[in-house]
Write a protein that binds this ligand. Structure first.
Ligand SMILES: Cc1cc2nc3c(=O)[nH]c(=O)nc-3n(C[C@H](O)[C@H](O)[C@H](O)COP(=O)(O)OP(=O)(O)OC[C@H]3O[C@@H](n4cnc5c(N)ncnc54)[C@H](O)[C@@H]3O)c2cc1C
Length: 381
């Protein structure tokens, strides 16, 4: 892999400080609570509104749709700062990271001018409707189907593990618009924008290990989706979906989900002047630095229009195992009493990390599937 270098310009460093100081101020005013894995489970629409007021949702998008036309690296910096402090950004996360870029690439002008400005104002949140009870890794086998009717499509079926579907307004949903063909299983799939408050949609919670409501089952019974809510081309859903995955696979959220815990243990050990434990911690920090440079390199490749599927798979496979390893290391370095409502930050972060981390290597494609992608690339040279 030849990745571009990861030096930041002075303006980019200045932007980082601007974001950091905003977050510190908000934290001091208690407008949010920090947490591990807050990018997917910290849903706080009011806080998303505050971020929107800064112009920080849709940062890279064209101004005519409410964006700021900033670079992908500026967005990377912004994201790193949210994750490092553990800010609750889940409400707008999917719309900002995936839906916007998808619509900019494949959406109609009508879809862009309707949805993008609303997303940038934190008025419109999206969920991802890919996985089904019998289709996870083998996504091409999805059986939620859409039948053509006058003026649109009738959708029937079910999705599962849908993060934040109960707080989102819409879902980009992968559906079968032509019967399954085992010889061409990636054909006949389409993407549509489904209104989660429409007649025939029901959203049922699946509780997390922590007891929190995070993901859901979503059922569709004769849900009418008008033609103008089809994204891109009918039958091209697989290809479009793969492009969408590139936006989600190798960002800082694949490395930093447990960073608040790492920072907390660092300050505690530093205070205790525990040199032996600090030495062990430096191993983690060195790994983090290497992964961060890889992830940043992929972001730069993506900005330059490069093909990132394999490097992104590599970063996600290594990054998510790294973020999973942090609570394991903390356990060896100090005594903790993890509970979700612990007074001590360390104990609370530990509980969040332990109970959330099994999902890190599953969501967005399991490690085994990613290894498959990497191995095929190696074999094919
Ligand atoms: C926290 C969290 C949030 C999620 N949010 C969403 C969401 O918002 N929207 C959404 O659509 N989905 C979401 N998912 C679902 C996630 O994408 C799927 O769980 C994942 O793709 C795996 O699918 P599965 O659970 O059906 O497992 P399966 O595909 O049944 O896999 C089971 C096991 O078999 C292994 N396996 C499967 N196929 C192969 C193979 N070919 N080679 C080697 N090993 C294989 C897998 O690695 C895994 O270990 C979320 C999951 C989590 C944990």
């Amino acid at each position: 892999m030849k990745l571009p270098s990861s030096q930041f310009t002075k303006d980019q460093e200045k932007f980082r400080l601007e974001v950091r100081s905003f977050l510190q101020k908000e934290l001091a005013n208690r407008t949010f609570e920090t947490a591990c894995d807050s990018w997917l489970s910290g849903c706080n629409p009011q806080f998303s509104k505050k971020i929107a007021e800064q112009g920080w949702i849709g940062l890279t998008w064209p101004r005519k749709y409410g964006g700021q036309e900033r670079s992908a690296i500026d967005r990377y910096i912004l994201t790193e700062e949210f994750l490092a402090i553990g800010a609750p950004v889940a409400a707008h996360w999917i719309a900002d990271r995936q839906t916007g870029p998808l619509l900019l690439r494949y959406g109609t002008e009508e879809q862009r001018s309707y949805f993008l400005p609303r997303i940038t104002k934190a008025e419109c949140f999206f969920a991802i409707g890919l996985s089904e009870p019998n289709s996870g890794s083998d996504l091409a086998s999805v059986s939620t189907n859409a039948k053509k009717v006058e003026g649109g499509w009738l959708v029937n079926g079910a999705k599962t593990w849908t993060s934040n579907a109960h707080d989102a307004h819409f879902m980009i949903t992968l559906v079968r618009t032509a019967p399954y063909d085992k010889d061409s299983k990636h054909s006949g799939l389409s993407q549509m924008i489904l209104d989660l408050h429409d007649k025939g949609v029901s959203v049922k919670p699946i509780k997390y290990l922590t007891g929190e409501r995070h993901f859901n089952e979503v059922f569709f019974e004769d849900v009418f989706v008008p033609d103008n809510r089809i994204v891109g081309t009918i039958g091209e859903g697989w290809k479009q979906g793969l492009a969408e995955l590139a936006f989600e696979r190798s960002g800082p959220e694949r490395i930093l989900s447990t960073f608040p815990l790492l920072e907390e243990i660092y300050s505690i050990l530093k205070q205790q002047q525990n040199k032996e434990a600090m030495n062990k911690l430096t191993e983690l920090v060195a790994k983090l630095w290497s992964l961060r440079n890889l992830s940043l390199g992929v972001a730069k490749m993506l900005e330059q229009g490069g093909e990132v599927a394999v490097p992104a798979a590599l970063v996600k496979a290594m990054g998510t195992q790294f973020e999973q390893s942090i609570p394991e290391m903390v356990r060896l370095l100090t005594e903790t009493y993890p509970t979700m409502d612990a007074q001590k930050m360390l104990d609370r972060y530990m509980a969040q990390s332990i109970l959330h981390s099994p999902g890190f290597t599953i969501r967005g494609g399991t490690t085994e599937i990613l290894y498959g992608i990497i191995a095929k690339d190696v074999i094919n040279g």
